[in-house]
Design a protein around this ligand. Sequence first.
Ligand SMILES: Nc1nc2c(c(=O)[nH]1)N[C@H]1C(S)=C(S)[C@@H](COP(=O)(O)O)O[C@H]1N2
Ligand SMILES: [Mo]
Length: 320
Amino acid sequence: MLIKRSEDIPSSDITPESTYLNRRKFIAGFGLGGALGSSMIRSQFDSAKVLEDEFSRTQKDWSRVRSDLDEELNSYEDVTTYNNFYEFGTGKDDPAKNSHTLKPHPWNIEVDGLCAKRGTYGLEEFIKPRNMEDRVYRLRCVEAWSMVIPWYGFSLKEVIDWAEPLGSARYIEFTSLYNLEQMPMQRSFVLEWPYVEGLRLDEARHPLTILVTGVYGRELPNQNGAPLRLIVPWKYGFKGIKSIVKIRFTETQPLNTWQQSTPREYGFYANVNPGVDHPRWSQARERRLGELRKRPTLMFNGYGEQVANLYSGMDLRLNF
Ligand SMILES: Nc1nc2c(c(=O)[nH]1)N[C@H]1C(S)=C(S)[C@@H](COP(=O)(O)O)O[C@H]1N2
Ligand SMILES: [Mo]
């Protein structure tokens, strides 16, 4: 991959607004150390020039993609310090604090179920043949906050076409890592582990659905679901399962973790829908991180033109 490991870069300095001035501060910051160990500082210092070049390249790219969506990006800081990843705690700042125990390399992906390519694949061979792209998508959490994030990944459709699902396959199921050493909080029973998600095969094949390996032009930090996670931009954030170890093609609808845990509150579809309230709060408005005033939530998170046809004829009150 072209991109830098995220831990090589102090997150506080990576924002879309980073200017020449910020970049200088960023380089000067290498001398400060902070919480970093000395070997880390040395390796950062050695690669400072490389990073500066990389940094100016990505800045250019971000201004282009940003104008495509016409919305301000959330900062790298927001994206990597305000997270949901219950394997590392239920607080928004827990994943950034606790996910250092996750080891995203080496990593294997198991492909299973109703398809021709069943087997276990190393992450590299699973990812390398795909068309990697930068894509800016909104992420809307069911808890009524949202962000705009520059992801780096590839269409899930590429994997599906490669895997050759059988005619009987109608759904795809994803499973996160279950590992008590890397995810010690899986000893507690906040949710059933491992975390599981699912999509109907036509949703999974939609060009907006991506598997993500990076964010902000850099390798996905552990707290965001390294080394591989799902993003389905018209659905609530909980569909975006992190640290995926298994993909399985099925005939029957997978039971996703949140539906299993609280079926009254979380369904299989989880389409962003301002007209269907969560039983304990409204879904009509959302707070974009960094903004004070709430904004109205858009049907399908603003992607209705592209995805509404997937649900024609369905009652989205029943299928929430
Ligand atoms: N394995 C796993 N995946 C997960 C979660 C989780 O707790 N465990 N939380 C989900 C929820 S509720 C949201 S909103 C998004 C948050 O993604 P982010 O932290 O990268 O913004 O991850 C989703 N994927
Ligand atoms: Mo969420």
